[in-house]
Ligand binder design. Structure first.
Ligand code: G3P
Ligand code: MG
Length: 260
């Protein structure tokens, strides 16, 4: 049983692991984030053709693997055969050549070993929003390591968040947005979200204050500049997602955590 009372999220969160240093959403990326001193990471999750939850950002394979086509039309076995590291650095001779697309189950095992908290973003392939929300939240409810702080589920997709709520009502949720939408209060309330995660350049001091006044945690993506992070923190932003978390950690107050 996930203890959601024990769920402080750190002020610096490794984005897709540590995407500036390693191929995003891989076990190497989680490992790197931990090595950089990060306490929490974010990663993206979606479903394979045969219904397995894997760590993957895009709907298609081309950018981050040697494969072609849609993730939603690729089985886990076929996905596992792909190289998810060579694209990043040095091709087939590079340090990450042969890195595999991890399952959520494998990622949870790594997180437990590394002692990392996680924001799990549900990134459904088009048309699979509900199915993905149910699968991700169900897997977290069943297999989240007891030694870790409770996970936080995030998504841009309200159907996925609704399904996650249905499958695991006690896991906190965050609404991801590119800009704070009109009517955000209703949207957040309808999904019973505890936090809003917004593209950093669309936040203002006033917006942050309004969100905080509603009792919501506010986090910003993606922030790689410590000066910008400092401004956001001054406005009251609770956490920032960063590809280069080590740039921000010296300026953060890592003893300060925010509740989902
Ligand atoms: O969860 C914050 C951030 O990861 C959202 O954008 O495209 O990097 O998944 P994206
Ligand atoms: Mg993401």
């Amino acid at each position: 049983m996930i203890d959601t009372e024990f769920a402080p999220v750190s002020t610096v969160i490794g984005h897709r692991g540590a995407a500036g240093h390693t191929p995003e959403n891989t076990l190497a990326s989680l490992e790197k984030a931990a090595g950089l001193g990060v306490r929490w990471v974010e990663f993206d999750t979606k479903l394979t053709a045969d219904g397995h939850v894997v760590l993957f950002h895009d709907d298609t394979l081309e950018r981050t693997t040697g494969g072609r086509g849609a993730v939603a039309e690729t089985t886990l076995a076929d996905l596992r055969a792909l190289d998810a590291g060579s694209w990043f650095d040095g091709g087939s001779q590079g340090a990450y050549a042969g890195e595999r697309v991890p399952t959520l189950k494998e990622a949870m095992e790594s997180l437990a070993r590394l002692g990392l908290g996680a924001v799990i973003e549900i990134k459904p392939s088009p048309g699979r929003e509900r199915e993905t929300g149910l699968a991700v939240a169900g897997a977290l409810a069943a297999g989240w390591p007891e030694t870790l702080p409770a996970p936080l589920i995030a998504s841009f997709e309200k159907t996925a968040l609704g399904a996650a709520r249905e499958a695991a009502p006690n896991i906190h949720r965050a609404l991801n947005v590119f800009r704070i939408p009109r009517g955000w209060r209703n949207r957040v309330k309808a999904l019973n979200c505890r936090a809003v995660h917004c593209l950093e350049r669309n936040l203002t001091a006033r917006r942050v204050r309004a969100l905080k006044d509603e009792g919501l945690a506010v986090r910003a993506f993606t922030v790689n500049d410590p000066v910008r992070a400092g401004t956001l923190w001054r406005w009251g932003v609770d956490g920032v997602f960063s590809d280069y978390p080590e740039r921000l950690l010296p300026f953060s107050r890592e003893s300060h955590f925010s509740w989902p």
